[in-house]
Every structure is written in C-alpha cells, then in structure tokens.
Design a protein around this ligand. Structure first.
Ligand SMILES: [Zn+2]
Length: 292
C-alpha cells in the first residue's frame, strides 16, 4: 500500500495539473458515474493529502476523496487522453492534462461534514505543517499495545505505513514490541521529528531511504539493495540478512497480521517507564551504540 509520501506527491502533482481550472469528469467503468457527474464542469481549487487520503477540492462545497488502498493506481499525462484500458473508475481532463484512477479502495464525493468526519478520524500527519504531534502522544501514552501497532494506527498517526514505522523504530534503537504507554514525551518528540524527516525526504525522492550516510552502499562498499520497494533500509523485508550496524541477522515476526522486521541486538526489548519490575532497572544487553 502506498505510504503517505506517495499521496502527498500525488496531491502536489494534481494541484499542478488541474487547480484553478474546470475539469471534465467521467467514470468509464461506471462505479463512480454519479460522483463524476457532480464534479463535471467544476473548477478544482486544490488537491490535498491527509495521511494516506487524497482530496480533490472543488471550492468549499465538494471534495472527491480517494484512498488508493492496496490496488489503486493513478496515471496522468498531457494532451489527448489515451484510449480507455481496464477498469477506469475516474477519468478527469482539463487544462491540457488527463488523469485516470483505477482500483481505489475509496473514491467518493464528500460534502464539508463528510470531509470533517474523514479528517476527524485521522491522527496528525507528520507531512502536514498544521499537525500537532502531542495529539498523537495523548493516545500513545495511554496505550498498552506495542508501539509498532500504535504507530500503524492511522487514527493515531496518519500517513506512516510499515516501512516508515519499522525503520523509524530501528533508527531509535527501540523494539517494535515496546509498550507504547511506556514512551515518554521527549522520546515521542524525537520519534516524531525523525519520522517527519524521513517522510519529507521520501516526498522529495519518491522512494523511502532510511539509512544514515555511513550505511549507504557507497559508504559500506556493498551492492545496493534489490527489492521492488527500492530504497535503502535497515530492516524492512531484510529477514536473515545482516544488520547494517551490528551484523546480526534481521528478525521477522507477525503482529496483528502485519510483518515486523527488527534487529534483536540494536533494538532490545525494554520495560516500560514506570513499570513495576520488582527489581533493579533492566540494563540493555546492547554493548555499543556507535550509531549516530
Ligand atoms: Zn543490529
């Protein structure tokens, strides 16, 4: 599933292509025929991204909400649109450009209360300047769930998917199974800042790279990663491969139906802050922290 940076790139792209211009909208496949008729001929005023949700805005009255889900795809181009191929849910033309949307999990027209309800279900998005990370912290602080599960919950933090979350936790030296409620506010602020940096870089590059400079293929004199996801990462889909920091094989486990990847040495399980351990504070088994 595309992560938030992909949706922010799409929003910027669609704004460039169509904002300020009337669009012609149809649903060749038919499943969005009524919705397309509602926006046909209207001026798209903006395109915005909120986590993994894309909104095409038509003034203050209507918005088309798109969630790509697992199979959704958007293509666009300049000039005459190509012949319809496959199940095109929405085709838009205008301002000399065309756009086709196929296979989205959601494509619907929302009125202002509908938009408010959608945004109300989403946690703060690290890619949006108007996001308040402490809104997420309120939920994190009272959760007994593993931090990986909490950060994947779009109602707590919007936009980060499995790659960002697992890489973020590696960079923080934190086990994905750390109890969320044991994380202090300073630690959360540091996680948020790092996540925002990773996501912003991904918006610019169009792929997710999470390794520090000293762990790039060039710095380590190793071949670049081969994976359809593309970027240079520490743990995501690297099961059994040596950790780029300590050489330990990367571990994999399943949590609530999602794959977890982590380094058992760099990301030791720690007890939650303030938890009753009945003894001395547990010391990490990690011997060195040479990471920046
Ligand atoms: Zn390691």
């Amino acid at each position: 599933m595309p992560e938030g940076h992909t949706i922010h790139r799409l929003a910027a792209r669609h704004r460039d292509l169509f904002a300020g211009h009337p669009v012609h909208a149809v649903s060749p496949q038919g499943r969005f025929a009524a919705g397309a008729a509602l926006i046909d001929g209207r001026v798209m005023t903006d395109a915005t991204a909120h986590g993994k949700h894309l909104l095409h805005r038509y003034g203050d009255e209507l918005a088309v909400h798109v969630h790509l889900g697992l199979y959704g795809k958007v293509t666009d181009g300049t000039g005459e649109p190509p012949p319809i191929v496959g199940e095109v849910r929405l085709r838009m033309t205008g301002n000399g450009h065309w756009l086709d949307l196929r296979g989205p999990a959601a494509c619907e027209v929302l009125d202002p209360p509908g938009v408010a309800a959608l945004l109300g279900r989403l946690g703060p998005d690290p890619l949006r300047d108007d996001s308040d990370p402490m809104l997420a912290y309120v939920r994190i602080a009272r959760s007994r769930k593993p931090i990986a599960a909490v950060l994947l919950d779009q109602s707590i933090v919007a936009g980060g998917g499995l790659i960002f979350v697992l890489e973020l936790l590696f960079r923080a030296g934190m086990s994905p199974r750390t109890v969320a409620g044991g994380i202090g506010p300073e630690t959360w602020c540091a996680l948020w800042t790092d996540l925002r940096g990773l996501m912003r870089e991904a918006v610019v590059r169009g792929r997710i790279d999470t390794v520090h400079t000293e762990h790039t293929p060039a710095a380590m004199r190793r071949p670049p990663r081969v994976d359809r996801h593309g970027g240079e990462v520490y743990v995501y889909r690297r099961t059994g491969q040596p950790c780029l920091v300590c050489g330990t094989p990367i571990a994999r486990d399943v949590l609530a139906g999602r794959n977890l990847y982590w380094c058992p040495v760099c990301q030791p399980v720690s007890r939650p802050r303030g938890a009753s351990t009945g003894g001395r504070p547990r010391r990490s088994s990690r011997t060195g922290s040479g990471r920046s």
